[in-house]
Design a protein around this ligand. Structure first.
Ligand SMILES: Cc1ncc(COP(=O)(O)O)c(C=O)c1O
Length: 427
């Protein structure tokens, strides 16, 4: 019996009507196609069920949105309560003000707030506001910020973007002050802002973020932290609350609502108060289910030690994986990189077997063993001891299979699907 029977039917139907995945990172080419299910039906805690009723331990967690786990009772109650009162209104709803006040209490740079629906809304608004307030046009960026022209123009997928846009956007390397200083010098009087993830694949080197802050001040450039992923994952006040470096503006979304569509641009009053002068306005910004969810998420963060628990469980997982890597002497071909709250298994080419084959095999074998993975671990509050123990048990088995498959050169032949594509975020 085919355990993915319904998934395959839905996939075939999707080919007629869905013009490519709605979210690149959820597309079938990111997974072991035909082995990872195509479509999910429900979730609870750290688990999801696919359309065929198979249960998986999820390490993708809505690409980082589900920080508390699927259907967290406090958030679900808040959303249900709000449904009974209405979710789209003709004027501002008081929840906007309440949630804005809560954000201002928790996030160091937040003196005022504007809401959007997704990360793109607020990273774009931040850049537009910085350009407007500074009267300058160039932007320096580092990391991923969404699908808008000013970012995507500098990637390989820049179709549909006027080439002139590229002249105003400049990418700098993380943890490399020389690179940033070079760009600031080159565009000395024309840089509006630096936009960056304060932490992304690796930790900032000692003094790095402090030095970025100093450079921004020296060159009179607005510093924007993109905390779409980092926010609420490391600390309830954002990574800025942890690292002690305060940007001028910051962008939050994903974990802020445990999965409902809401984002927030927050920042210094003198800059934020000029928001009404730029065109940033959307019909659904004040939708109340997401706002009710944001309020509930912050209440849970205040009540429970969410970030600390995630850190503790993430450490246990990372240390467990590292032990297995040493046990099987696999250091040359795999490592686990990142942070306890968010990390990734990185595979390298090994004696003729390309890294992508090893990564695909990993995702394939985990899917067969009911772990939904794209190679990374987006930890949540619902990933507790039981889940970590289960995971390490499966990893013991699959890393051994990888070792054996590489020793006799049979690993690539064991792939039952096309190689997975590079994570869409890398662009
Ligand atoms: C750091 C960062 N910024 C911005 C975005 C864009 O957010 P969204 O996809 O919600 O528009 C993302 C999305 O993954 C992100 O990771």
């Amino acid at each position: 019996m085919d355990r993915l029977k319904k998934s395959k039917v839905i996939y075939r139907r999707s080919q007629a009507v869905i013009a490519g995945p709605s979210t690149f990172s959820k597309g079938p080419d990111q997974f072991a196609h035909g082995i990872t299910p195509y479509a999910l039906a429900s979730g609870k805690g750290a688990y999801v069920w696919d359309v065929d009723g198979n249960k998986y331990l999820d390490y993708i967690m809505g690409l980082g949105c589900l920080i508390l786990g699927y259907r967290h009772p406090h958030v679900e109650r808040a959303v249900r309560k709000q449904i009974s009162k209405g979710f789209s209104f003709s004027l501002a709803h008081f929840l906007e003000i309440e949630v804005a006040e809560m954000l201002c209490k928790r996030i160091p740079c937040a003196e005022m707030v504007r809401f959007g629906k997704n990360g793109n809304d607020v990273t774009s608004a931040a850049v537009r506001l910085a350009r407007h307030v500074s009267g300058k046009e160039h932007i320096l960026f580092c990391g991923y910020h969404g699908w808008q022209d000013w970012y995507v123009c500098q990637t390989s997928m820049n179709g549909g973007i006027p080439s002139v846009i590229k002249e105003y956007s400049h990418r700098f390397k993380y943890n490399d002050l020389v690179d940033l200083s070079r760009l600031l010098d080159k565009y000395k009087d024309s840089t509006a802002c630096i936009i960056m993830e304060p932490v992304s694949r690796v930790y900032p080197e000692a003094g790095y973020l402090e030095a970025v802050r100093e450079l921004a001040d020296k060159y009179k450039v607005i510093l924007i932290f993109d905390e779409i992923v980092a926010g609420f994952r490391f600390h309830k006040g954002g990574y800025q609350a942890l690292c002690g470096v305060t940007p001028d503006l910051a962008c939050f979304s994903k974990a802020m609502t445990n999965g409902l569509p809401l984002s927030a641009l927050v920042g210094r009053k003198d800059i934020m108060s000029r928001c009404p002068e730029i065109y940033f306005s959307l019909t659904a910004a004040g939708e109340t289910l997401s706002l009710a969810a944001a309020r509930a998420v912050m209440e849970v963060f205040d009540r429970d030690n969410v970030a600390e628990t995630i850190d503790k469980n993430g450490k246990r997982l990372m240390e467990g994986v590292e032990k297995l890597i040493s046990l099987y002497e696999l250091k040359d071909l795999v490592s686990i990189e990142g942070f306890p709250c968010r990390n990734v298994m990185l595979f390298r080419d090994f004696k003729g077997t390309p890294a992508v084959d090893i990564r695909t095999y990993w995702i394939q074998e985990l899917a067969k063993r009911n772990i939904l993975s794209n190679g990374s671990h987006m930890m949540s509050f619902a990933h507790k001891d039981k889940e970590i123990s289960y995971t390490l048990g499966i990893y013991t088995e699959v890393l051994k299979l990888i070792k054996d498959g590489l020793s006799d050169g049979s690993l690539s032949a064991k792939l039952q699907c096309p190689p997975v594509k590079e994570p869409a975020r890398a662009l």
